[in-house]
Design a protein around this ligand. Structure first.
Ligand code: ADE
Length: 247
């Protein structure tokens, strides 16, 4: 996969890509990431990338010219996704990350100020993505979020031990609790079942904890979740345990 990021703060984005799995994935050739300075495509001595809005009002608007030029200079393949980062976009999710991981080329456009000229949205972008219902100072952090979430899903990037299969959200449930050494930490013990060596019991306990957590913490995910026959059994056990705890 190829990922291009267009930004007025290239160093900020480069810094965020130089660590951990994303760094390794680039070194191994699973992803080719390039960060481009939007100002290289801005006209005039001042290399402005924004201007005041037609119709008046506060704030500045990103100029269409430099953004179109910057994207065109990359010669994107026809299947490339040209993504505007904006709080007005579709909310990013694991499903969206998976969908984008199947594209050959992503171009991430980082906005600033009040937003993009509407013609960028209509005639240049293929997607508009928000990383959540809050307003950031620019699209750089969202671009890093998307590059990270997509890269770790590319074939070969995660080893078996880190597999994306068990990720929270992959099957619509949160993850089960994890424990490592020591067995007793300040009097808080690891649950006995995890020490039993009984793989089927451990798997059942983990699934039950996933169900419990998701039901407690994420009513939105729970409403969409369709429990299998064996999940229904575990849910009945949970209900029994709870009625024993609170008779
Ligand atoms: N730019 C500013 N805030 C943003 C957000 N929440 N998501 C994507 N881009 C943004």
């Amino acid at each position: 996969m190829r990922i291009d990021v267009i930004t007025i703060f290239p160093d900020m984005v480069r810094a965020g890509l130089g660590y951990s799995i994303v760094k390794r994935a680039q070194e191994a050739g699973h992803v080719r990431v390039a960060v481009h300075d939007l100002r290289d495509h801005a006209p005039g001595k001042h290399r402005a990338t924004d201007d005041s809005p037609y119709g008046g009002g506060a704030g500045m608007v990103m100029l269409p010219g430099p953004l179109f030029q910057a994207v065109e200079s990359l010669d994107p393949v026809p299947e490339a996704r040209i993504i505007l980062l904006t709080p007005q976009g579709e909310t990013f999710s694991q499903a969206k990350a998976r969908e984008l991981s199947e594209a050959p080329h992503l171009v991430l456009l980082c906005g600033h100020y009040e937003g993009f000229d509407e013609r960028v949205r209509r005639h240049l972008a293929t997607d508009e993505i928000s990383i959540g219902d809050y307003v950031l100072t620019g699209g750089e952090l969202p671009a890093l979020v998307i590059a990270d979430a997509v890269t770790r899903l590319l074939p070969g990037v995660l080893g078996n031990a880190e597999s994306a299969e068990a990720d929270t959200f992959t099957d619509g449930l949160l993850e089960y609790p994890h424990y490592t050494r020591p067995l007793d930490f300040r009097g808080w013990r690891v649950p006995d079942v995890l020490l039993s060596g009984h793989h089927a019991e451990i798997a059942k306990w983990r699934r039950k904890e996933q169900l419990r957590r998701t039901r407690e913490r994420r009513p939105d995910l729970w409403a969409e979740f369709v429990p299998s026959k064996s999940d229904q059994k575990l849910l009945a056990q949970l209900a029994e345990e709870e009625s024993e705890e609170n008779p």
